[in-house]
Design a protein around this ligand. Structure first.
Ligand SMILES: [Zn+2]
Length: 562
């Protein structure tokens, strides 16, 4: 290993130039940057990412770099280090072989920490390099569960001490009291849900308890033990206040938005309430916040589908539709597509409900039905704004669909989503919405139908042979070995870890356009699409099963359920 300064090393790696380094060194001398580490300055100045810097530093120190975000942490191993020490040194345990504990840290030269950890765990410590933010996220995820119980207990005890409802509500409204149990409980619920990668949080009132569930990987699971009904009103009030709803109004549904900073990230939430027999039910949808917009290559398309999709994107005008049920990743696909085609010389405008991710250099416009800013009204205004590319969040009604189709025919590229089961039925759906078949045929470039399929946990999946029924569903002739789910600590005993998208891409070829113009039915359209090389959702799900990535239950769920 050459012992050269990290700055030189970055230049050698081609990540920064000699001029960049001079600028950083000059900035380091600046009074306001006093005591700042070079790595932080490099990131602040946008020269390297946290990942890049850590990787180079690891190489320079000759230790292994580990991506903690994707590393499959095992709770029993993580807990070898007590929470206070993990937070103090910002480190997390990765692996234990015999008496050797491998620990991820962003400060591998902290020998005092190494000594301390050795004393506590009784193991010899091997440090690996990781980014500080990934470690902080992992700590939040793995140590936070136990904390909720204590908070609920505290809040319940307070209630039992004859605190009046008015007092509790007053407490919930007080922003300065971060320590008030109800405020802490609300914050912790959102934090823990976000760290579990949940998409929605449900606060549900029943006769004598309130259930708190979260949607993870598409399924609702209990976030924690049910809490006492005594806390319900205060908790709901807290969420109504933070999301800007009227707390006095309890009889009609409302909606609002809030943000919360979790592990250094700004997380946006859309909140709605609905009066039920035992009180108001609140649902919080966790929007992606400031996370990165995915690239098309990262959408999980097969090589074959990726090529077909790129064909669509070469066409400068027309309509590209993404279809699938709620929560099938449609917006992720739309955003990735926008990221790919939105060049600086084009005027890109979106109209969304809600704006889920904010993207640099794109004009995004939020629907507001109450104020008369509907999809159709917004679209009409956008057309007067000299657009090149228009993204319409959803073709919800006849009017929106027909304006969008006309915009495409008059020379714009329109991206949108629609609620249908598969690519072929999207065509008939448009016709049912009142768009003339020849208009559909002329404007359509392609349709992407998609679903999200859960992927099997690699640690515990079990090999099985296909049954006759499996073979029929998979459309294969010969029996083969596939996998079924197991259950282990890594996957919280669910047998699944993570999800992947599956796609079905229909291209409107000349022959297809002729068929659509004739007013063909969905099955005729699907037959021609298949003939022309379209792989159906079922084909793609079957492929995932054959590759051992998912099981038959998921194949059935994603291809037959609506
Ligand atoms: Zn598992």
């Amino acid at each position: 290993m050459k012992n050269i300064p990290i700055g030189e090393h970055l230049i050698e790696k081609g990540l920064i130039t000699a001029e960049d380094l001079q600028r950083v060194l000059a900035a380091q001398k600046d009074e306001k940057n006093k005591g700042k580490k070079m790595g932080d300055l490099l990131q602040e100045m946008g020269l390297v990412t946290e990942n890049q810097f850590s990787e180079v530093l690891a190489e320079r120190l000759n230790i292994t770099f580990v991506d903690v975000d994707t590393f499959e942490l095992i709770p029993d191993i993580v807990k070898k280090i007590p929470e206070d020490k993990a937070r103090k040194y910002n480190c997390i345990a990765l692996n234990k072989i015999g008496r050797r504990l491998t620990v991820a840290t962003d400060n591998p030269s902290d020998f005092y920490a190494m000594e301390d950890l050795r004393g506590i765990t009784g193991c010899s410590i091997t440090f690996q390099m990781a980014t500080g933010s990934a470690i902080t996220r992992a700590i939040g995820k793995f140590y936070s569960k136990g904390a909720t119980d204590a908070i609920v207990e505290e809040a319940t005890k307070e209630k039992e001490e004859q605190m009046s409802l008015e007092d509790l509500v007053a407490e919930a409204s007080n922003d300065r009291v971060d320590n008030a149990p109800i405020v802490k409980l609300a914050t912790t619920i959102v934090e823990n849900s976000f760290r579990m990668d949940a998409t929605d949080i449900h606060i549900e009132p029943f006769k004598d308890h309130t259930r708190i569930r979260v949607r993870v990987n598409g399924d609702l699971v209990e976030l924690m033990e049910p809490i006492s009904s005594a806390l319900h009103t205060a908790l709901v009030t807290r969420f109504k206040i933070t999301s800007g709803m009227n707390i006095a109004e309890k009889r009609v549904p409302q909606d609002g938005r809030m943000t919360q900073i979790i592990d250094g990230r700004v997380v946006d939430l859309r909140v709605s309430n609905l009066p039920m027999v035992y009180g108001e039910k609140v649902v919080l949808r966790i929007l992606a916040g400031d996370s990165m917009v995915k690239k098309i290559q990262d959408l999980g398309m097969t090589e074959y589908n990726y090529k077909r999709f790129c064909e669509c994107l070469k066409v400068p005008q027309g309509v590209i539709l993404v279809t699938g049920p709620t929560g099938s990743g449609k917006s992720t696909t739309l955003y990735a597509t926008l990221g790919e085609i939105a060049k600086p010389n084009l005027n890109v405008i979106t109209v969304e409900d809600p704006v889920e991710k904010k993207i640099a250099n794109i004009n995004q416009c939020q629907i507001n039905d109450k104020a008369g800013m509907t999809f159709a009204a917004a679209l009409r205004s956008i057309l007067r704004q000299d657009p090149d590319i228009i993204m319409v969040g959803e073709m919800r009604d006849e009017e929106t669909a027909s304006i969008a189709i006309r915009a495409a025919i008059t020379g714009h590229l329109v991206l949108s989503t629609i609620h249908t089961n598969d690519a072929a039925s999207t065509v008939t759906r448009l016709v049912d919405m009142g768009v003339l078949p020849y208009m559909v045929a002329t404007s359509l470039i392609g349709i992407i139908a998609q679903r999200l399929s859960k992927t099997l946990c690699k640690e515990c999946k079990q090999p099985v042979m296909t049954t006759q029924m499996d073979m029929e569903l998979m459309e294969i002739d010969q029996p083969m070995q596939i996998y079924k789910r197991g259950g282990c600590p890594v996957c919280n005993n669910t047998g699944y870890k993570g999800r992947t998208a599956i796609h079905e891409i229909l291209l409107t070829t000349a022959e297809m356009k002729a068929l659509i113009t004739r007013g063909a039915k969905a099955d005729e359209i699907q037959a021609l699409a298949r003939e022309q090389g379209c792989k159906l959702l079922r084909d793609n799900a079957s492929l995932l099963v054959q590759q051992g990535k998912t099981d038959m239950d998921e194949l059935v769920r994603v291809t037959y359920a609506v």
